[in-house]
Design a protein around this ligand. Structure first.
Ligand SMILES: [Zn+2]
Length: 86
């Protein structure tokens, strides 16, 4: 069997129409810029809300130690590839 996949991203991103988009197994860690406390977002329990894939988006962090807030840029990648014979 054979499949050809044409993938030409528009550059506009791909809207993911999901209010609570969980990604089990993915953790985002960022040290607080003020006190260096390591803040972790486990995307298995901390969801992304209506993310736009394939373009940079901001992820907000809040430090439980000192109350500082900051953003980091992440990209959620969506693509399609052949998986071969299963
Ligand atoms: Zn802090």
């Amino acid at each position: 069997m054979s499949i050809t996949i044409k993938f030409e991203p528009s550059g506009q991103g791909i809207g993911v129409d999901v209010k609570r988009f969980y990604i089990p197994g993915v953790e985002l860690s960022s040290p607080c810029p003020k006190c260096c406390y390591m803040c972790v977002h486990d995307l298995g329990s901390d969801y992304l809300s209506y993310p736009t894939a394939n373009v940079p988006m901001e992820e907000g962090f809040y430090c439980d130690e000192c109350g500082h807030e900051w953003n980091e840029w992440i990209v959620l990648r969506v693509s399609v590839e052949a998986a071969g014979d299963q």
